[in-house]
Ligand binder design. Structure first.
Ligand code: GDP
Ligand code: MN
Length: 389
């Protein structure tokens, strides 16, 4: 789960990580009001969306007067912001974060995540912050340091000294500030079951202070229910509507943009099905794993999801009945097709327990469903039928 920058900065504050003073606003008037209560002579208005690269997309603006802050808020609020981290539709800006402007001397990069290979936490840091860290990693990887922290031993002063050296922080005072920040990040990460914390940029101000100018936190979805205060920060407006709906029915759904809807049980089989669709020259509209112990209701909901945006030209159902029986799946498909008055072709490939019964239910239904013996021919049929529509 992701949260907004303003929420992440609140958590940073709670864990002694310095952030600029600011406030959140959902109207231009509020933005102006926030500025009137902030120190300084300039303020930054920042669009709150669950994506980065806002700076280059007009989502971060420096205002010199409260009226200017209000005008920038007016420009951003209620619009979709498209950055190179969003899709072409962008994400809705429902709030802005307004903070006192900082005088930047240097911009660094600092993040903490789980390194699965070494089974440790890993700090990633670079003196080349502010910009695209992916570009730094690709072009000048030597500018990035990795410092692993064994979770049993915890964060030690030498870890912080390694990062300080990499950032070129030679003064004792700044090394101590960095240690406070790294401890805060480390403690926050463990306390709230984060999967990633990223500060880009971490800045050194003109008067030598280290401050988190941006804040991004991802949480481990499996742990969010353990932290009600984190769960309450969820903003569904930033999530794909279909993916959010799928979650409610315990379906794993990812929008992909092609025109062949895929309904499969098991993540591995779903991946193989998408590969097969591609191999046959088609494009999957989605990834959908209906799960091992699925039932008639779930199959119906899955159909609704797949068909909800009208781009799907054919549906490919590929189910292996191991735990779930094929006749149960067939009953779900029939119910969905009948209730939804489905007019696009549906190709079904079933295998496993009660497969004969399931297939005969489909072919006896008179609903014109296509059945296939194996995945190869099922994918081929689906691609052909989608082209013909
Ligand atoms: P992102 O583009 O979504 O990652 O948003 P950031 O919060 O990282 O802001 C993008 C860039 O705007 C930063 O790298 C800074 O260069 C600039 N910026 C943001 N806040 C300030 C500020 O208070 N003062 C100055 N001078 N620049 C800022
Ligand atoms: Mn940033």
């Amino acid at each position: 789960m992701n949260i907004h920058e303003y929420q992440a900065k609140q958590l940073f504050s709670n864990f002694s990580i310095p952030v600029p003073q600011g406030g959140v606003a959902t109207t231009p008037e509020q933005a102006e009001h926030v500025v009137q209560n902030l120190p300084g002579a300039a303020w930054v208005v920042k669009a709150q969306i669950h994506a980065g690269a806002r700076g280059k997309a007009g989502g971060v603006k420096v205002a010199r007067t409260p009226q200017e802050a209000s005008a920038y808020a007016q420009d951003m609020l209620g619009k979709q912001l498209v950055t190179h981290q969003t899709d072409a539709a962008g994400l809705p800006v429902n709030s802005v974060w307004v903070e006192e402007a900082s005088a930047i001397k240097s911009e660094f990069y600092l993040s903490l995540l789980v390194d699965r290979d070494s089974e440790q936490l890993i700090f990633i840091a670079s003196a080349a912050g502010g910009m695209d860290i992916e570009a730094v990693a690709a072009e000048t990887p030597e500018k990035i340091v990795h410092v692993k922290v064994h979770p049993a031993a915890g964060l030690q002063p030498y870890h912080c000294r390694q990062v300080a050296a990499a950032l070129g922080l030679s003064q004792k005072e700044q090394q101590s500030q960095l240690q406070t920040i790294m401890s805060g990040v480390y403690n926050l990460f463990l306390a709230k079951d984060c999967s990633q914390i990223e500060i880009n940029p971490l800045i050194e101000t003109a008067d030598g202070k280290l401050v988190a100018l941006d804040a991004k936190i991802n949480f481990d979805d499996n742990a969010v229910p353990l932290h009600p205060e984190i769960a309450a920060m969820r903003d569904a407006s930033q999530e794909d509507a279909k993916e959010a709906e799928a979650k409610q029915f315990d379906l794993n759904y990812i929008t992909l943009g092609g025109n062949i809807g895929c309904m499969v049980n098991g993540a591995g089989l779903a991946m193989a099905t998408m590969d097969m669709v591609k191999l046959k020259g088609g494009a999957p509209a989605n990834f959908l794993d209906v799960g091992g112990g699925t039932n008639k209701e779930k199959v119906k909901e899955a159909f609704k999801l797949i068909l909800s945006d009208g781009t799907v030209k054919a549906v490919l159902v590929n189910i292996f009945g191991g735990i779930v029986k094929c006749d149960v799946i067939a009953a779900g498909i029939l119910a969905a097709v009948q209730e939804m008055h489905l007019s696009i072709p549906v190709v079904v490939r079933l295998e496993g327990t009660n497969v004969e019964l399931g297939l005969s239910m489909l072919s006896d239904s008179g609903l014109g469903l296509h059945t296939a013996e194996d995945l190869n021919s099922a994918a081929e049929q689906a691609v052909k039928l989608a082209e013909a529509v």
